[in-house]
Design a protein around this ligand. Structure first.
Ligand SMILES: *[C@@H]1O[C@H](CO)[C@@H](O)[C@H](O)[C@H]1NC(C)=O
Ligand SMILES: *[C@@H]1O[C@H](CO)[C@@H](O)[C@H](O)[C@H]1NC(C)=O
Ligand SMILES: *[C@@H]1O[C@H](CO)[C@@H](O)[C@H](O)[C@H]1NC(C)=O
Ligand SMILES: *[C@@H]1O[C@H](CO)[C@@H](O)[C@H](O)[C@H]1NC(C)=O
Ligand SMILES: *[C@@H]1O[C@H](CO)[C@@H](O)[C@H](O)[C@H]1NC(C)=O
Ligand SMILES: *[C@H]1O[C@H](CO)[C@@H](O)[C@H](O)[C@H]1NC(C)=O
Length: 618
């Protein structure tokens, strides 16, 4: 299709951009170089979506308006008796006390933070269908934040005869005990600043050894500061917690939808408790064997294909919409590569001389990260306020090509200084509410055991060279290194095998060009789980919610409601486009009745919740 005829997006592009830069201004004060280089992308997406959970402007609301303070008032619950407290504007919250270590059932407890959008039916009603649990990914993503923001939409998609239940996994956000590595915000910010300026792997001679050295230091600090929490955060323990959450609702069989890392959690649950599977969806599937070996080595098989999807769309959209337009994909790619090569040698200075408040450098690593991160969710949304993030990123890169890095800085530097770092430095550090590099490390390295403890710098260099054969984004995927320095032993690990006759068949979803969880992993995991079915969403992006798909939305709803599985290998098309086009709006317009409602709910869900970028917040 010739994109040129759509040269006028629903809302003029320039106008929208300006508006965003004013409203988002408060978040972007220290933006061009944020405090957390590695975490920037994931944090900006998380914080951008989840800031409804906090006082948006400190000082303008009284402390009692802080919805997070509810957690001081939520009483402890047990599996036998759960006390729900109103929270987050119409939701219900509880804290479920479970054994910190299930081998010591009467020992100390973990307090799992729960949130629920309750079913419209009471639990006694015969039409009531019980809770569905969600995990947004990470590891380290908060299910409380996900359901606080998107629970109503999830319920609209699946049905209000279900409870929509989120929880913060071990080591994350509101669940206790928290994993807090650094003594205070200032110490943490100082560490992140140093990590931020390190080169990405294999771009300089010392890049990998610097990563390795910092992993050793961080591992030693964490061994000192998190000894009371990090032995108890493994995925196996969280799987046991999920069984307890179901039992606390009076159910023995789980109903679950997990994204990204949530597929590791879902596969672990299915392998540990195959007789307790009611409905289980894994969406954006990671290879659990590779993950549990701490390898992180086969995630990038389709990353370059995801980039190609974006660049193909640029060529099809034409020069009026794509700022880096060239007549062929190969030529657009060459132009992009030239921009990055130039940044390798000459980072761009950035200073906003109007506000004086945005400043920093755009270097190779930051610019590459901007592109890699965009591949997780390249499609536009056509709700009332349409955005085309991949189009906007290519425009920012085109400006960098001309020597102006401000737009790119704005895209990358959205770490809100006020939520990550304040000079007050309370003596009791409060655990962060978003995925941090340290929770990801604690969880994934607990799961890996000490499988990577013996990794040498040479091993790691060879690993990056090998991954480069899979993808030009190999240097954006440094996760294997963290576990080389991890020193805490988990009280429990699950090592597989991921093979089971589950009591209900699993629904396994993979996209054609997912940048971090390739479709082959969905197929591989399906082999282990008897009677499971693969739904193949024909799109780029990470997890099904990367795009609007009427077909996928209906399949998910039917699976939960009717226990109906799509035919194995079903291919679902998508309505979303990367550049402005009326096709999504038209497709939705053409729908009637129930279908229309399902798709509206799916689109709202996409607009309210972005899957945390798998592994991204190193
Ligand atoms: C980790 O810390 C514990 C004390 O909490 C100490 O006994 C142990 O030797 C430390 N491990 C390493 C490898 O440093
Ligand atoms: C601000 O920057 C722009 C673009 O670099 C430049 O044209 C302009 O002269 C600068 N204004 C001031 C007041 O320095
Ligand atoms: C699944 O059940 C079949 C028989 O119904 C049995 O042969 C097989 O070993 C079971 N697989 C697992 C992993 O339990
Ligand atoms: C579905 O297809 C996958 C391969 O894509 C296969 O491993 C699995 O066994 C199939 N499931 C069924 C129920 O046939
Ligand atoms: C899979 O489940 C079917 C019953 O649905 C059973 O007959 C078969 O033996 C199982 N296969 C394996 C490999 O467990
Ligand atoms: C990465 O390192 C290997 C081995 O030292 C080298 O052959 C390769 O060219 C490097 N790649 C980059 C992009 O620096």
């Amino acid at each position: 299709m010739d994109g040129k005829q759509f040269a006028q997006p629903a809302r003029p592009f320039e106008q929208r951009k300006r508006r965003t830069s004013y409203t988002a201004f408060a978040w972007r004060v220290i933006m061009v170089i944020g405090l957390l280089a590695f975490a920037q992308v994931v944090l900006s997406s998380l914080v951008g979506k989840y800031d409804a959970l906090r006082s948006p402007k400190q000082g303008t609301r009284s402390v009692s308006d802080d919805p997070e303070l509810i957690w001081n008032k939520v009483p402890p619950s047990s599996v036998d008796k759960v006390f729900w407290t109103s929270c987050y504007d119409g939701k219900q919250c509880a804290r479920l006390m479970v054994p910190l270590d299930y081998a010591v059932p009467d020992g100390p407890k973990a307090g799992v933070a729960l949130i629920k959008v309750p079913s419209k039916l009471s639990a006694r009603d015969t039409g009531y269908r019980g809770p569905i649990l969600f995990n947004p990914g990470g590891p380290g993503g908060s299910g409380v934040a996900m359901v606080a923001n998107s629970g109503d939409k999830l319920q609209r998609l699946i049905g209000d005869d279900f409870d929509i239940v989120g929880f913060d996994p071990r080591g994350v956000a509101r669940t206790t005990p928290p994993v807090v590595v650094f003594k205070n915000n200032a110490e943490e910010a100082a560490w992140r600043l140093r990590v931020q300026d390190d080169p990405s792997p294999n771009t300089t001679a010392d890049a990998v050894s610097r990563l390795w050295a910092k992993a050793q230091v961080l591992g030693s600090i964490a061994n000192q500061t998190t000894a009371r929490a990090s032995p108890y955060v493994s995925t196996a323990l969280v799987a046991r917690d999920m069984l307890n959450i179901m039992q606390a609702h009076g159910y023995d069989k789980i109903q679950y939808w997990g994204f990204s890392y949530g597929t590791i959690l879902g596969s672990t649950f299915a392998a540990m408790f195959p007789d307790n599977v009611g409905r289980l969806i894994i969406d954006g599937v990671a290879d659990a064997e590779n993950y549990y070996a701490g390898l992180w080595s086969n995630n990038l098989l389709d990353t370059d294909e995801a980039l190609k999807t974006v660049l193909d769309a640029c060529v099809a959209a034409g020069p009026s919409l794509c700022a880096l337009y060239e007549p062929s994909t190969k030529k657009v790619h060459a132009r992009l590569t030239a921009i990055f090569d130039a940044l390798k040698k000459r980072p761009l200075p950035v200073y906003n001389n109007i506000t004086g408040k945005e400043y920093g450098l755009i270097d190779y690593k930051i610019a590459r990260r901007a592109l890699f991160a965009r591949l997780y969710s390249p499609y536009g949304s056509t709700l009332e306020d349409p955005t085309y993030p991949a189009m906007e990123l290519l425009e920012a890169l085109a400006q960098a090509e001309k020597g102006d890095g401000l737009a790119l800085g704005r895209r990358m530097g959205t770490v809100p200084a006020q939520t990550r770092f304040s000079c007050s430095c309370p003596s009791e550090p409060r655990p962060p509410l978003v995925a941090t590099p340290d929770t990801i490390t604690a969880i994934s390295c607990s799961d890996a055991g000490f499988a990577r403890a013996g990794d040498t710098i040479e091993d790691l260099e060879a690993h990056f060279v090998k991954m480069r054969a899979d993808s030009e984004f190999a240097d954006q995927w440094p996760f294997r290194v963290s576990c080389s320095g991890w020193k805490v032993k988990s009280v429990e690990r699950f090592e597989g095998p991921f093979v089971a006759n589950t009591s209900f068949p699993m629904l396994i979803i993979g996209n054609t060009a997912d940048p971090v969880t390739p479709l082959t992993h969905a197929r591989k995991m399906s082999q282990g789980f008897n009677n499971s079915v693969v739904l193949h969403q024909d799109s780029a992006g990470h997890c099904s919610l990367a795009a609007t798909s009427i077909c996928t939305a209906k399949a998910i709803r039917e699976y939960f409601r009717e226990g109906k599985l799509p035919k194995n290998g079903t291919v679902c098309g998508v309505e979303s486009t990367i550049f402005p086009s009326y096709s999504e709006a038209q497709s939705v317009e053409a729908l009637q009745g129930e279908d229309r409602k399902i798709v509206e709910a799916w689109r709202e869900l996409r607009g309210s919740f972005e899957v945390p970028k798998f592994g991204m917040a190193i």
